[in-house]
Design a protein. Structure first.
Length: 81
């Protein structure tokens, strides 16, 4: 019996829910910024800040995933290459 865990796969429903959640959150934020009673430059600043936050969150998630995958590929002396 092997102690190595199998690779987990996300279901299509989980993937769809994650995408839908992201789209709803971005749309709600965009509508909120658009409806905000403030000068155009304030709304533009908030929109750029949201885009920066989203891109940095994607980058952080990728870095964490890459680090975890690298740890899982550690050398095992009895593993077939």
């Amino acid at each position: 019996m092997s102690d190595t865990p199998g690779k987990q796969q996300n279901t299509a429903a989980f993937y769809g829910q994650a995408v839908a959640s992201f789209v709803v959150a971005m749309a709600a934020t965009a509508i909120g910024i658009f409806q905000l009673e403030a000068d155009v430059w304030v709304r533009a600043f908030l929109a750029i800040a949201v885009l920066y936050l989203v891109t940095s969150a994607f980058t952080l998630a990728k870095v964490i995933r890459d680090r975890q995958e690298a740890e899982n590929r550690a050398y095992h002396p009895f593993e077939k290459l």
